[in-house]
Design a protein around this ligand. Structure first.
Ligand code: NAP
Length: 321
């Protein structure tokens, strides 16, 4: 069986940047770009984003899907080959490694894992409808919070952890008021982040809404409000707002690697600090699957580049040219 030098799993900014670098380093990479695993599609989370306004080099912004097409075109131009399918199984216990899709098995000397993470959603029908149509519901305040539709409007963030407080704090720069809705009466966020929230509340920029669960999202084409249920009294009320941001955590797409690669306690892939090396020599990780802190397209692309360079050097050390 033909053994690939470098197989890349995933086609978000991390996977495709790894592909560009690996192709230019003559590793002849094969990218298994996914189909619909984890609710994602080829191109990853950016395929669900409208304007990307913080990626350097695009002073006027760019649409997420357009950006990912450009990444893919660039990877293809240097010779990356693609398989549009989901990986169903891997065997990283013996070399060469095996990566299987429902239709085929591929063998590889090295693998770059860039399967990403998915934002957690409440799972409400109207939440999903308005998120997909750009109707003011988002799981990324840093990506979407500065859009004109949210400026000088009241918006809400759901969650009580560091992400939610960070998103809420970021949004206070643009919104007239941010409501931070938490299902309990105590934040999960770190002490420092809690202090930040309380300070913003004292300044009148943030309102903490305790013991509340969002049970419906209101609005036809764009969001107009929320239906909230008090988790202690059961009382239901409506809150008018013009934007909803989810800050209830992310889930890394690591199911395939359970028992084969070491994971952090948080479920993210463990990498040697400052590198893309996983616990198995020859398997590298890039992007959100190994990053619960930054989670930006530009950091994913950066670690994709690192993974391709680490992979190239490792293959050379093994005498695989
Ligand atoms: P997290 O710590 O798991 O917090 C998730 C929050 O969402 C919790 O408050 C949880 O409520 C709430 N939640 C979960 N499911 C919910 C649901 N269905 N409905 C309503 N609320 C729900 O996640 P995170 O904030 O994304 O943080 C993840 C990790 O990244 C943490 O280790 C964090 O410290 C780190 N992080 C650090 C920074 C920073 O240092 N600047 C920034 C972001 C993230 P309960 O509290 O009731 O469980």
């Amino acid at each position: 069986m033909n053994v690939e030098k470098c197989v890349i799993i995933g086609s978000g900014p991390a996977g495709l940047t790894a592909a560009i670098y690996a192709a230019r380093a003559a590793l002849d990479p094969l990218c298994i770009e996914g189909y619909n695993a984890g609710g994602l599609i080829p191109g990853g989370q950016l395929m669900f984003t409208t304007d990307v306004e913080n990626y350097p080099g695009f002073p006027h912004g760019i649409m997420g899907p357009e950006m990912m097409k450009a990444f893919r075109d660039q990877a293809e131009r240097f010779g990356t080959r693609f398989i549009r399918d989901d990986v169903s199984e891997v065997d990283f216990r013996r070399r060469p490694f095996t990566v299987k899709t429902p239709d085929q098995a591929v063998q590889a000397h090295a693998v770059i894992v860039a399967t990403g993470a998915r934002a957690n959603w409440l799972g409400l029908e109207n939440e999903q409808r308005l998120a997909k149509s750009g109707g003011g519901v988002s799981a990324c305040a840093v990506c979407d919070g500065a859009l004109p539709m949210f400026r000088n409007q009241e918006v809400a963030v759901v969650g009580g952890g560091d992400s939610a407080v960070e998103e809420a704090s970021y949004l206070t720069k643009f919104a007239s008021k941010v409501h931070l809705i938490h299902r309990r009466d105590q934040l999960r966020a770190s002490k420092a982040m809690q202090e930040r929230a309380f300070k913003l509340e004292r300044e009148g920029k943030l309102a903490l809404v305790w013991d509340s669960q969002v049970i419906d999202v209101l609005g036809d084409k764009t969001i107009t409000g929320l239906k909230l249920k008090n988790t202690k009294t059961g009382q239901v009320r409506e809150m008018p707002i013009k934007g909803l941001f989810l800050g209830i955590g992310h889930t890394p797409n690591t199911d395939l690697f359970n028992g084969q690669l070491e994971l952090e306690e948080s479920g993210y892939l463990k990498v040697r600090p400052g590198s893309s090396y996983t616990s198995v020599p020859g398997i590298f990780a890039a992007g959100d699957v190994a990053d619960h802190v930054y989670r930006q397209a530009v950091t994913a692309a950066g670690t994709g580049c690192m993974a391709a360079i680490d992979c190239e050097r490792w293959l050379a050390e093994q005498g695989i040219e």
